[in-house]
Write a protein that binds this ligand. Structure first.
Ligand code: CUA
Length: 308
């Protein structure tokens, strides 16, 4: 499925309401613009007295804008209230933490305990309300997936809640919508909506630890990961790697992208990322590890790619 990012192609109820609000504002503004231009032309050509009339100011400059903007305010507030209204069902709860320059994602159980960790990717079941708890580890970021919901800032010291749902399966692209530093532009993510049964299977797979590979190349890659500095920042459940600074890599091979939507995820880009992270996305917290030989890089990347 080709990922899409479009505010005017709503994939869920919340986004649909926002799109309708957007169209009303666009349509209303267009009608008012045409009306004002027509009246101005008429006044200049045929009714110059209107231009000096007090009533023009009172009606056109005060009464009409107050009425139009008040109506828009009421409609906007009602839309906003409907967006965070309580739903009867228990929502799926996911915690998303913005960091320079990626998204840390945790799935929570009913008690709020973290049951799976991933990065730059959120999978949701179609037809179910999802409640995202949005936080930040550093500066202000803004979580925006236009096909599914409005934008919501991630503010230091606060947890903001965003509800969304997807009507049909699809891959929706989101991105950081608040300037957060040098690599703000490369801070994207994907929301993958699948049927509930497929979602259940996916989550069960994400909860499992990584297995020890049998293939000699993959085993060599695993040894290199565990012997090097990778473990200082990354966790691979099922191995001694338990760093928490960077993304959890337990199932990194199952993700669509690396570098927060910067590159498609495959052995080639993984090897490039390890060797030249600072060339590919300067200023991101991961150093370039250019000391590995080509053979080592191939083994490392093959192992990471195998972590499905
Ligand atoms: Cu994070 Cu912009």
């Amino acid at each position: 499925m080709e990922p899409m990012q479009a505010a005017l192609a709503p994939g869920g109820e919340v986004a649909a309401r926002i799109a309708v609000l957007g169209w009303w504002m666009f349509g209303g503004a267009a009608v008012i613009f045409v009306l004002v231009m027509a009246l101005t032309a008429l006044a200049i050509r045929r009714r110059p007295a209107w231009l000096a009339d007090r009533r023009t100011i009172v009606i056109g400059g005060i009464a009409f804008p107050v009425a139009a903007l008040s109506a828009l305010l009421v409609y906007g507030l009602r839309t906003a209230a409907a967006l965070d209204g309580e739903s009867a069902e228990v929502p799926l709860r996911i915690e998303v933490i913005g960091e320079q320059y990626w998204w840390r994602v945790h799935y929570l159980d009913e008690l709020g305990v973290r049951i799976a960790a991933l990065a730059n990717e959120i999978h949701i079941p179609t037809g179910r309300t999802v409640e995202l708890a949005l936080r930040t580890e550093d500066v202000i970021h803004s979580f925006w997936v236009p096909n599914l919901a409005g934008k919501l800032d991630m503010i230091p010291g606060r947890t903001n809640h965003l509800r969304l749902s997807a009507v049909r399966p699809g891959v929706y692209r989101g991105q950081c919508a608040e300037y957060c530093g040098a690599q703000h532009a490369l801070m994207a993510f994907y929301v993958v909506a699948v049927e509930p049964e497929r979602f259940g299977a996916w989550l069960a797979a994400q909860r499992r630890p990584a297995t020890v590979p049998a293939d000699p190349l993959l085993l060599r890659g695993r040894d290199l990961v565990l012997a090097g500095e990778c473990v200082d920042c990354h966790t691979i459940r099922g191995t001694p790697a338990a760093g928490t600074r960077g993304p959890d890599l337990t199932h990194v091979g199952s993700r669509l992208s690396i570098g927060a939507g910067s590159f498609p995820n495959n052995a080639g880009t993984l090897a490039g990322w390890i060797a030249s992270s600072q060339h590919l996305k300067p200023g991101n917290p991961m150093p370039s590890f250019d000391e590995y030989t080509g053979r080592d890089l191939r083994a490392l990347a093959a192992y990471l790619e195998s972590l499905k």
